[in-house]
Design a protein around this ligand. Structure first.
Ligand SMILES: *Cc1c(COP(=O)(O)O)cnc(C)c1O
Length: 365
């Protein structure tokens, strides 16, 4: 059986160091907002090339807190339109509706599956105040920061799948706009042993406000200047993430090598492969996603041969029951993608013989 992702094996590589880190938290007697969190925040900000990083409870909260803070600062108002790709994971949309902002769904670029400048241009109105760009599957979306500046739009990144993705100039995901949300959900490229997330930003005021909002709206214990929430990264997860961050780049390299192998060895006219420039390190391959018109049959075929695959994602946000008011909207490309995409096994530890088997079976389909 070839597993889609073997998290146990991934984390076992660092078992000794992780246990040491956990022991040191255990023995410190201090479990929330301590030195492990500040250390990880500093290291992750440095990694992303931003001035600030604020640890929060998960990736969804990271995005919710960014938009809430921008509303409190008066940079956004309830009802403002925010452009977002229609084919994103639902968390991106929830962060907007949770803040009573109006998501304006846009069809993605057909090649990268990401939001493009053209997409933004097609939907911008006088009520558009922000863009939420998503680096889906780990591939940097087109850099729209210049356009956003010129049109007075706040650019926010959903970088939950793209830790470490960088453009030709070396600029990394999380540093292109006003702020970015990251997730450290266990299956992400940088994964905790539970829920965790972070916001990165270069804006000091925004960083302080998000820090405060995630900590009961309090700067000083028991003094609450804002109606905040409890969304903190804890010491245990921060200590674990600090260990794993050191190995992130080498894991990304292995993910890229696996993607290259698939790219060179899958040859089947029924299957469309992803496109990226292997010379540029703008894709960190959180997922390697192929497309096939007979996707469900392909998935069943691979499963019969002992190969686990996953669909990211089977239903687009506008077709979800949670957003029934949008169910009649038409996004043909987005819907086609959701019908055709299939993610092949991809991990820094995938065995060569498994890759050979997967390619053979995909080619036999
Ligand atoms: C995982 C993910 C999130 C949410 O992160 P959680 O930590 O699960 O809350 C948001 N956006 C995208 C694109 C994601 O993949």
């Amino acid at each position: 059986m070839v597993k889609f992702l073997d998290l146990k094996a991934i984390n076992e590589q660092y078992q000794v160091e992780i246990i040491d880190a956990m022991n040191s938290v255990l023995n410190s007697g201090w479990y929330i907002k301590g030195s492990a969190v500040s250390s990880f925040e500093n290291n992750f900000a440095k990694y992303c090339g931003t001035k600030h990083c604020i640890g929060v409870a998960n990736g969804l909260d990271a995005l919710i807190l960014i938009f809430r803070a921008l509303i409190i600062q008066g940079k956004l108002q309830e009802g403002d339109e925010v452009i977002v790709p229609a084919n994103t994971y639902i968390a991106s949309i929830l962060a907007l509706t949770e803040n009573k902002l109006e998501p304006i769904l846009v069809e993605p670029d057909p090649v990268t599956f990401n939001l493009s400048l053209e997409g933004i241009r097609s939907k911008i109105t006088s009520k558009t105040k922000a863009v939420l760009s998503v680096h889906l599957y780990g591939q940097l979306a087109e850099d729209v920061s210049q356009y956003c500046k010129e049109h007075n739009l706040l650019l926010i990144e959903d970088a939950a799948q793209a830790h470490g993705a960088k453009n030709k100039e070396g600029q990394k995901a999380g540093s292109f706009g006003m702020a970015a949300g990251f997730s450290f959900y266990p299956g992400k490229n940088l994964g905790a042993l539970g829920d965790a997330g972070a916001v990165t930003t270069n804006d000091k005021d925004l960083a302080l406000l998000i820090q405060q909002l995630g900590n009961y709206g309090s700067e000083k214990k028991y003094h609450n200047s804002l109606q905040g929430l409890n969304s903190r990264l804890d010491e245990m997860q921060a200590a674990i993430l600090d260990v794993k961050l050191k190995y992130l780049d080498q894991e990304i390299t292995k993910r890229r090598e696996t993607a290259q192998y698939y790219q060179q060895h899958i040859q089947n006219p029924k299957i469309n492969l992803p496109k990226w420039d292997p010379e540029v390190k703008d894709h960190v391959f959180h997922l390697y996603v192929i497309r096939c018109q007979k996707r469900d049959q392909l998935q069943q075929y691979l499963s019969d041969k002992g190969i686990q695959t996953v669909i990211h994602y089977p239903i687009p946000p506008h077709k979800q029951e949670a957003y029934s008011e949008w169910n009649q909207l038409l996004f043909p490309l987005t819907e086609q993608l959701h019908d055709e995409v299939l993610s092949l096994p991809l991990s820094p530890l995938i065995a060569h013989q498994d890759l050979v088997k997967i390619c053979d079976q995909v080619n036999n389909f």
